[in-house]
Write a protein that binds this ligand. Structure first.
Ligand SMILES: C[S@@+](CC[C@H](N)C(=O)[O-])C[C@H]1O[C@@H](n2cnc3c(N)ncnc32)[C@H](O)[C@@H]1O
Length: 323
């Protein structure tokens, strides 16, 4: 497992290695013109959504906080920030890393401290990443993955995409995995991490919420239960070899100690974020929906719920290795 965190405690800041002075912060001003403006957003029940995207979750400050929280939970569950065997190659000067759908950039910012010789690029359809204050080896770009990645073939040593089940249709997944494969250098690695939805041992209310949400997303051809099928999708990428698929369990609720409490908080925040999608369907108000979300939290405790997290990674075929 790459980038192992040595002790078994949940950390809410970068590891001490991450705090070293070897990486420099710069006041980099991005020169790219952003096509986003307030007019491209729509507001429902006080939450902000990107009008130009199929993505069903909000992109406001509350969602940024949730994604930070989720990042630290996932790092703890996997005891590191990645699974592919790329530690050595990322130490090399000029190694290039791409994070697709990078959100607020939590993963990239941490990786950029850990690997100061590598160059990191994050893309997202909603520019919720830091625009000015960021390490000098980090750049972010506003781009829609489904329109193709704005990079040449064979550009990156490591291509990562995490937590995108709400964002991509089944067809998008097939095309996007091929895009990740295309921009990855021969010998480089492509890695995806996704929660398996729904969580296991859910109570009545949580099940009802999940079933309704799954159904709504299906009408957009988005299958949020796709995680267990990603390995098979990787096999359709003809130059991806040595495919590895690992699954780890994340407890949901106090029964799972600190990680379980955070996982529960994450699921409740996601449930609340789904509110603007579900309340019109059920004809209920935001406060009644909030009661459902709180009932969900009680059910996690009773049922000892848990969630599986899948990591799939593969290496891009390097022709000369086989001559
Ligand atoms: C659940 S967040 C995950 C963020 C980050 N990868 C993480 O793990 O914290 C999904 C992200 O995908 C972005 N997104 C959705 N559709 C996208 C698209 N078509 N192209 C690029 N980014 C997209 C969203 O704006 C959001 O930031």
């Amino acid at each position: 497992m790459g980038n192992i965190i040595s002790d078994n405690t949940l950390k809410f800041q970068s590891s001490s290695k991450s705090k070293s002075t070897k990486s420099k912060l710069s006041l980099a001003t991005t020169t790219k013109t952003s096509r986003s403006s307030e007019s491209t957003y729509r507001y429902v029940d006080g939450r902000r959504f990107n009008e130009n995207s199929k993505y069903a979750l909000p992109n406001d400050d509350a969602e940024i906080d949730r994604l930070h929280l989720q990042h630290y939970l996932q790092r703890y569950i996997w005891q590191g920030n990645f699974c592919s065997p790329v530690h050595k190659s990322l130490k090399k000067s000029g190694a290039r890393v791409l994070d697709v759908g990078c959100g607020p950039g939590t993963w990239i910012l941490e990786m950029a401290f850990d690997y100061p010789n590598a160059i990191f690029t994050g893309i997202d359809i909603s520019p919720m990443y830091p625009k000015e204050i960021k390490p000098i080896n980090v750049d972010f770009e506003e781009a829609d993955l489904t329109e193709g990645l704005p990079f040449a073939d064979d550009t990156f040593d490591f291509v990562v995409m995490r937590n995108m089940v709400n964002a991509l249709t089944v067809d998008d997944w097939e095309n996007c995995l091929k895009e990740l494969e295309r921009v990855c250098k021969p010998g480089g690695f492509v890695e995806c991490l996704e929660f398996q939805i729904p969580a296991i041992h859910l109570g009545k209310v949580s099940k009802r919420i999940n079933e309704a949400y799954i159904k709504i997303m299906r009408t957009k051809n988005i299958d949020i239960m796709i995680a267990p099928r990603l390995e098979e999708m990787f096999t359709t990428c003809t130059t991806l070899t040595n495919i590895e698929h690992h699954v780890r369990m994340a407890p949901v609720g106090k029964w799972g100690d600190k990680a379980g409490k955070i996982m529960s908080e994450d699921l409740i925040l996601i449930t609340k974020a789904m509110g603007p999608v579900l309340t019109p369907l059920w004809g209920i108000g935001a406060s009644q929906y909030e009661e459902f979300a709180n009932e969900s939290a009680r059910e996690f405790e009773e049922g000892k719920s848990y969630c599986n997290i899948h990591v799939i990674y593969a290496q891009k075929y390097e022709p000369y290795r086989y001559i």
